[in-house]
Design a protein around this ligand. Structure first.
Ligand SMILES: Cc1cc2nc3c(=O)[nH]c(=O)nc-3n(C[C@H](O)[C@H](O)[C@H](O)COP(=O)(O)O)c2cc1C
Length: 204
C-alpha cells in the first residue's frame, strides 16, 4: 500500500482531545503511516488560561507540540481532527485554523484528502455529534473524502456508538466517561486505510 502521510490536528483546553489524538497517533503508526501530531494555535487570553488550573497545566504540558499550518494539510494524505464542543460547535481556535485554508482550497489541494473527526463534550448529549457534523461541513467544501467510522467495528459500542466519528464525555474530574481507546484506534486505522486506497487509485 502507498505510504500514507497522516496529520492529526487537535484543539484541547484540558487534555481530552490531546489524549484522543495521542491514541490516533499510536494507531496511525501501527498502520504504517508517517504521522504528525499537531495542535492549533491557542487564541484565548493568557488570563483566561491562568484562571483554570486544568487548562493552565495542559497548556504548559503541551507547549512543545508543533502548531499546525496549512502546509501540514498540503503534506498529508489523511487528516484526523479532534475538538471539544463549544455550544455544539467547533471551537474558535480550530475554526480560525480552518479559515486559513482558503489558499489551498482555491488551488484544489484539499480535494481527495481523506479525513475524519473526533469530539468531546462535558455531557453525554452535549453536542458531540453536532460538533463532528459541523467539521464535516468544511470537509465537503474542500472536496475531501470523509472516512467516518460508521459501525464498521465492535469498538463503536462501548464508545457510545457515534457513527459520525469517535466522541467522548469528559467527567467533572477530567477523566473520560466512555471507553473509547479502541474506537479511536479503529477510526485512525480506517482513515489511513482509506487514504491508502485513494492514493493508490490516484496513482500516487
Ligand atoms: C465555552 C464552552 C462551551 C462549552 N459548551 C459545551 C456544551 O455545549 N455541551 C457540553 O456538553 N460541554 C460543553 N463544554 C465542555 C467542553 O466541551 C469540555 O470541557 C471539553 O469537551 C473537554 O475537552 P478538552 O479536555 O480536550 O478541552 C463547553 C466548554 C466551554 C469552555
Amino acid at each position: 500500500m502507498a505510504n500514507v502521510k497522516l496529520a492529526i490536528i487537535y484543539y484541547s483546553s484540558t487534555g481530552t482531545n490531546y489524549q484522543l489524538s495521542k491514541w490516533a497517533e499510536e494507531a496511525g503508526k501501527e498502520a504504517g503511516a508517517e504521522v504528525k501530531l499537531l495542535k492549533v494555535q491557542e487564541l484565548a487570553p493568557q488570563a483566561a488560561i491562568d484562571s483554570n488550573p486544568g487548562w493552565k497545566a495542559h497548556a504548559e504540558a503541551t507547549k512543545d507540540v508543533p502548531v499546525a499550518t496549512p502546509a501540514d494539510l498540503d503534506w498529508a494524505d489523511a487528516i484526523i481532527f479532534s475538538v471539544p464542543t463549544r455550544f455544539g460547535n467547533v471551537p474558535s481556535q480550530m475554526k480560525q485554523f480552518l479559515d486559513t485554508t482558503g489558499g489551498l482550497w482555491a488551488q484544489g489541494k484539499l480535494a481527495n484528502k481523506v479525513v475524519s473527526a473526533m469530539a468531546s463534550a462535558g455531557n453525554p448529549h452535549g453536542g458531540q455529534e453536532a460538533t463532528i457534523l459541523a467539521l464535516h461541513t468544511t470537509f465537503y467544501h474542500w472536496g475531501a473524502i470523509i472516512a467516518a467510522p460508521g459501525f464498521t467495528d465492535q469498538s463503536a459500542y462501548p464508545a457510545g456508538g457515534n457513527p459520525y466519528g469517535t466522541s467522548v464525555t469528559q467527567k467533572q474530574d477530567g477523566t473520560m466517561a466512555e471507553d473509547v481507546q479502541a474506537a479511536v484506534k479503529h477510526q485512525a486505522k480506517r482513515t489511513v486505510t482509506v487514504a491508502g486506497w485513494v492514493k493508490t487509485g490516484l496513482g500516487k
